[in-house]
Design a protein around this ligand. Structure first.
Ligand code: ROI
Length: 162
């Protein structure tokens, strides 16, 4: 059984409902009651493209799926939710990024683990820290050492009832 962390992001077509629906689908991939979801955060778009603000969160779950099987399942959920991505680094209805799969490090055409950009993204690090404050990344870096007040200040925690 593997413990995995998945980043959720959306900024089109009722983003918070997109995340709610994604949680329902992710729960079905999770063994027994292992699914957990962080608070939802509002975040300013990273990158040069002018686009609406994002809602971001991180989920954790235990799964029997292999990394590639999990990637297929995540992409199927994105497609089911009518993923629209008009341009690279542009807005999208739902983005599901595999951040960590146990302590696996892997570089292949379809998948890089840990997720290549996670250490630079407040909208990933802060919700991940909510779920797993004691986490140590596969490179040996404690997650705690990457969390700073200014990083936390980049995000706005939203009132949700999940
Ligand atoms: N910016 C934010 N704030 N949140 C995201 O989920 C996100 N996803 C992306 C890019 C376009 C890099 N910017 C983002 O893919």
């Amino acid at each position: 059984m593997a413990k995995v962390y998945v980043a959720l992001g959306a900024n089109l077509e009722n983003p918070s409902a997109q995340l709610d629906d994604a949680c329902i689908a992710l729960k079905e991939l999770a063994e027994s009651s292992s699914f957990q979801i962080s608070p939802y955060y509002g975040s300013v778009p990273m990158g040069e493209v002018v686009q609406p603000d994002y809602i971001n969160a991180v989920a954790s779950l235990e799964t029997q799926l292999s990394p590639i099987e999990l990637l297929d399942a995540l992409q199927a959920i994105e497609q089911q939710q009518g993923r629209v991505r008009l341009e690279h680094w542009g807005p999208r209805t739902l983005d599901l990024d595999m951040l960590l799969y146990d302590n696996v490090t892997l570089t292949s055409k379809r998948l890089t683990l840990p997720h290549y950009g996670m250490k630079q993204r407040s909208f990933v690090l802060v919700p991940l820290f909510d779920l797993a404050p004691e986490l140590v990344l596969p490179c040996g870096t404690p997650l705690r050492s990457l969390i700073t007040p200014s990083l936390q200040a980049e995000l706005q925690e939203l009132d949700t009832d999940h």
